[in-house]
Design a protein around this ligand. Structure first.
Ligand SMILES: Nc1ccn([C@@H]2O[C@H](COP(=O)(O)O)[C@@H](O)[C@H]2O)c(=O)n1
Ligand code: ZN
Ligand code: ZN
Length: 626
């Protein structure tokens, strides 16, 4: 285990490089199983990122998601070039949540100070805002003052305003909408709509979708005299219409009430899943997962001189898109969708670039990430985790689940106010604050933010009667805070039938076309089921178990042996204070709540001391394990 070449971490001084995963060359014996076949290019082609949450260094411990932002930059440039060569359109779209999930974005005093300049080196065509850009006032202002200005009319925040200190008014962060014509003549009207988010700081205002659609500018935009060939609806907003947070449907209905047949193509986010939803025969929506694991692909054809301003001459890739949104569609629109795994093998395969893949720009971005990580000491190792602990791949009470395995013992050991150490205590948190699995092996400064990125202060109410405190967890878990799936459900692969090909499985279909790459092992990963079935994943995987977990967890410490205490210190994140007070019921008010250790001790501060306390065995020889 001697450095980044053999896939292992070394001691602290060797862990400075971004490239802790092996660089993968296609065809190399250890290359992961790759894409099942070429992408189907259409007249207009979209690549979509969402919920990147600062993972610009890529997944250093997961080869399958190991590409970094420099690799992605190269890929997008090559794809744009390919589109130009084919004479088709290519648009790159992001749907927000740029912070909270990795050291690069969260280890700076103001989130994003180092990561945002790197993020914005990609030439996106359309972007919109996520809720994670609005929790913290300084971050909202950073978006308003810097990035909205930089991205100009490509940044669409149709229902989000930020307080402008200069004008003393709330103003749209970016543009409300954008009307533009693509290189090949498609005339697009685009909107960017955040779900009805209410957890923002008072630096911003989120206008509910139902109110936004009544606003004059929106009505003017959908009643425009200008010709619109395609509506593009992007939003930090789940595409699935049954999702509790979905407000796309409200906006979609309003557009449809005026434009009965115009295609509406949707790019969503927030629920962190791979998904594709069919709205009607002229409207589909994609969601591209989370954390730089997935790159979404949607292509669309059907534009002609008769129904649009399209003037593209070339036939895309010699193949025509034939898949309609619905089985009985009479509309001219045909689509493809794909979820690409975020690794260099995928990127090289789809650009047929092999060893010539890297570009100067891409390498420079990789170097910037490496330098930033080094400056921020993100590779510093604090402990050697003895096991892998996951959020939902095992049941909630399994010792390998991260809550009983790590989070509860860690808060019990570390979240302790010396002045109250003799008191029994109960600590309650929301499971959503713990963001990612923890891998066996070196636990780095970066991993601290990967697991627990928020600055949620530990607050408490002293001496709460145990019979009251002990009811809170159950009440919280029954409450209205919606729980959601964090990953696509694992599914059986043998029902994989493409409707256009009759009884042939996708595998047979690709085998016939001679585009199946030989595979010895299918690796675990996303096995997605969406409105079109099970053939959306670019690289096939076996699926990962996904157990549902409650919305809140509780840990108890300092309890007397064999009996319950009369009173406890009830400790919780400030993020959930409102709900805890509600569930404690009458007699408990906010003036009883104060900071537990101090007002700067947050959820970013308990994992590193715990790793130092408990995971020192094998620290100098700590291999990454499964
Ligand atoms: N200070 C915060 C902010 C957010 N959370 C958790 O994140 C969830 C939202 O994340 P998305 O990526 O889905 O937008 C939110 O529901 C909380 O669970 C937090 O714990 N602390
Ligand atoms: Zn998110
Ligand atoms: Zn979100």
């Amino acid at each position: 285990c001697g450095g980044d070449d053999d896939g292992c971490y070394g001691p602290i001084d060797k862990v400075e490089h971004v490239r802790l995963v092996k660089r993968i060359q296609p065809g190399a014996p250890d290359a992961p199983y790759g894409p099942k076949g070429p992408l189907e290019w259409g007249q207009i082609n979209f690549m979509h990122t969402t919920d990147t949450h600062g993972w610009l260094a890529g997944h250093l411990k997961e080869e399958n998601y190991g590409a970094d932002w420099g690799d992605f930059a190269t890929f997008t440039r090559r794809m744009r070039q390919k589109a130009d060569d084919l004479g088709v359109d290519f648009l790159l779209v992001d749907t927000g949540d740029l912070h909270d999930g990795a050291g690069l974005s969260d280890a700076t005093t103001i989130d994003g100070t180092k990561s945002m300049p790197i993020f914005s080196e990609i030439e996106y065509d359309l972007l919109t805002i996520g809720n994670h850009e609005l929790y913290v006032t300084e971050v909202a202002k950073q978006m308003f003052n810097e990035y909205a200005k930089k991205w100009g009319d490509r940044y669409l925040t149709s229902n989000v305003k930020v307080y402008n200190d200069a004008t003393k008014q709330y103003e749209h962060v970016g543009a409300t909408h954008r009307y533009f014509t693509t290189k090949q003549g498609i005339r697009i009207m685009a909107f960017g709509v955040l779900f009805d988010f209410t957890g923002n700081s008072n630096a911003s205002q989120v206008i509910k979708a139902k109110d936004m659609v009544k606003e004059t500018w929106f009505q003017d935009a959908i009643h425009t005299d200008k010709p619109v060939d395609l509506f593009v609806l992007l939003g930090h907003n789940p595409v699935r219409q049954t999702d509790y947070a979905n407000t796309f449907t409200t906006v979609w209905n309003e557009i449809r009430s005026v434009h009965k047949n115009t295609p509406i193509t949707i790019f969503g986010g927030h629920s962190h899943i791979r998904d594709f939803a069919v709205y009607d025969q002229a409207s589909v929506g994609i969601e591209a997962g989370r954390y730089c694991e997935t790159l979404g692909w949607v292509s669309q054809s059907g534009f002609s001189k008769c129904n649009s301003g399209y003037h593209g001459a070339k036939k895309p890739d010699g193949k025509k898109l034939t898949r309609k949104a619905t089985d009985n569609s009479t509309a001219p629109w045909a689509y493809s969708r794909r979820y690409l795994d975020w690794n260099r093998n995928t990127f090289m395969y789809h650009t047929s670039s092999n060893k010539n893949f890297d570009s100067q720009t891409g390498l420079e971005i990789t170097q910037e990430i490496t330098t930033a990580r080094k400056d921020m000491n993100l590779g510093e190792v604090y402990g050697c985790a003895p096991e892998t602990y996951c959020i939902s791949c095992v049941p909630f009470d399994d010792p390998k689940n991260i809550f009983p395995g790590v989070i509860k013992p860690a808060v019990n050991a570390i979240v302790l106010n010396d002045a109250r150490k003799d008191k029994a205590r109960m600590i309650i948190g929301n499971t959503g604050a713990i963001r990612f699995d923890l891998y066996k092996g070196p636990f780095t400064y970066d991993d601290n933010f990967v697991v627990s990125p928020f600055r949620d202060v530990f607050r408490y109410i002293p001496d709460v009667p145990f019979d009251k405190a002990s009811q809170v967890l159950a009440k919280l878990n029954k409450g209205t805070v919606a729980k959601r799936d964090f990953a696509s459900m694992p599914i059986a692969r043998d029902d994989c039938v493409d409707p256009l090909i009759g009884a042939l499985t996708l595998r047979d279909m690709h085998q016939e076309r001679g585009i199946v790459r030989r595979q010895e092992t299918i690796t675990p990963g996303y096995a997605t089921k969406d409105d079109w079935g099970t053939d959306g994943d670019d690289t096939e995987h076996t699926g990962i178990p996904n157990y549902s977990i409650p919305s809140y967890w509780e840990s108890r410490a300092g309890f007397p042996t064999g009996s319950d205490p009369e009173k406890v210190d009830l400790i919780f994140f400030d993020f959930i204070e409102k709900y805890v007070l509600q569930d404690l019921g009458s007699g408990f008010t906010s003036d009883m709540v104060s900071c537990y250790i101090n007002c700067t001790f947050t959820s970013q501060d308990f994992m590193l001391p715990y790793a130092k306390l408990k995971w020192q065995d094998n620290i100098d020889n700590c291999p990454i394990g499964a």
